[in-house]
Design a protein around this ligand. Structure first.
Ligand SMILES: *Cc1c(COP(=O)(O)O)cnc(C)c1O
Length: 373
């Protein structure tokens, strides 16, 4: 529960999360498993609570970036597989095993260390190998893939449970994505031909799930769509899906007064009142992820209606022009989300900030108190 004295917070709608999960299930075949991507504190939504809710709703695979994030989930009691998408350092091998995390193996030094430690257990330890089919980021390069697989196979205390790749342009470039997909498929065919059976194959992020049913294999890795956001809101997807945003950003009025026509507002007076108005102060600013770049560009919802945010956004406050309204001190306002008929989306804020919806929820969630409903 939110402390009623809380100034600003993000509201996380867990029923929307479950709705989105079911939508993902609807567009993938029943045999396809879902690996929920909950890295970066579940895109700002709070990884523990998000993973717990997904686990309660039948998700048994999760993906995070690294040991630190994986450990946090285990300590919160999250069961199932937790895949570490980024490679780890050899010094992290012991804890990875202690916390039963599933690492991505891209380097031999780490693999050897893991092998050495897992020797003491009498069960081979599962790992995934990532291959770079065109992202140009993490992953073993295609040319050295087989050589690397042979080396890992020689480490008898490891077993290659999964192989995966990542789309670079699944939301924007069909030809390139099809090419990546072809390369990955060839690799899987090649491994079967060589008698190397890797049970878990995965490639699809949210855009892959929506655009390329062929990329689902037996596991998909949805991130942003679970949080109710589209990977690219401008696009029509072949797989129709109806999402509900999970995060809202809320605050309350801590002060309001009538200001005279002609007055300048906030630092540098970037805004002047053309007529007298009630100016309310909200206790939220760029230190809460509400970027200063948004100054004089956004709106805030008060009593179900939008009002302009005015003047330069400060570190921990911003101003709203409420015109003739008479707000009560402590009254709730919405900076992102819905109130009455009015709605402000992450995409609108992203566009005005020069970024994408993914970054908006990460930012807002970073330091905020969270209220789960
Ligand atoms: C972040 C990430 C995902 C999820 O991406 P979305 O676009 O949010 O669905 C999937 N796979 C990898 C490797 C990632 O890093």
């Amino acid at each position: 529960m939110i402390n009623k004295m809380e100034y600003s917070w993000v509201e996380i709608d867990l029923s929307a999360l479950v709705h989105n999960l079911n939508e993902v299930r609807r567009v993938v075949a029943p045999k396809v498993e879902i690996c929920a991507v909950v890295k970066a504190d579940a895109y700002g939504h709070g990884a523990e609570k998000i993973a717990e809710t997904l686990a309660d709703n039948g998700v048994s695979k999760f993906a995070v970036a690294n040991l630190k994030e994986g450990k946090q989930l285990r300590q919160a009691g999250i069961p199932g597989s937790i895949i570490l998408l980024q490679p780890s350092f050899p010094e992290e091998a012991q804890e990875i095993i202690d916390f039963h995390l599933t690492p991505t193996v891209l380097t031999l030094d780490f693999a050897k260390k893991l092998d050495q430690i897992s020797k003491k257990r009498n069960k081979s330890y599962p790992v995934h190998i990532k291959v770079d089919t065109g992202m140009g980021r993490l992953g073993v390069s295609l040319d050295s893939f087989w050589e690397f697989v042979e080396k890992i196979k020689n480490l008898k205390n490891l077993k290659i449970e999964g192989v995966f790749s990542h789309f670079a342009k699944a939301h924007s470039d069909n030809d390139f994505s099809e090419k990546q997909l072809r390369l990955f498929k060839n690799l899987i065919k090649g491994s079967e031909n060589k008698g190397i059976h890797i049970p878990c194959r995965h490639m699809a992020n949210s855009a892959g799930i929506l655009n390329y049913p062929d990329s689902h294999f037996n596991l998909v890795r949805p991130g942003v769509i679970l949080y109710g956001l589209y990977p690219d809101d401008a696009k029509e997807y072949p797989k129709k899906i109806s999402l509900k945003p999970v995060m809202s950003l809320k605050s309350r009025i801590i002060f309001a007064k009538e200001v005279k026509a002609g007055c300048g507002l906030s630092y540098n007076h970037t805004y002047h009142l053309t007529k007298k108005a009630v100016i309310a102060t909200l206790p939220i600013g760029y230190s809460h992820g509400y970027s200063r770049v948004l100054s004089n560009k956004t709106e805030i919802i008060f009593r179900g209606k939008k009002y302009p945010q005015t003047g330069t956004i400060c570190m921990d406050s911003l101003l709203v022009n409420l015109g003739k309204a008479e707000p009560e001190r402590g009254e709730e306002v919405v900076l992102m989300g819905r109130q009455g008929r009015a709605i402000i989306t992450a995409e609108e804020i992203a566009k005005k900030s020069g970024t994408i919806n993914y970054e908006i929820t990460c930012r807002f969630g970073m330091n905020a108190e969270k209220e789960y409903i």
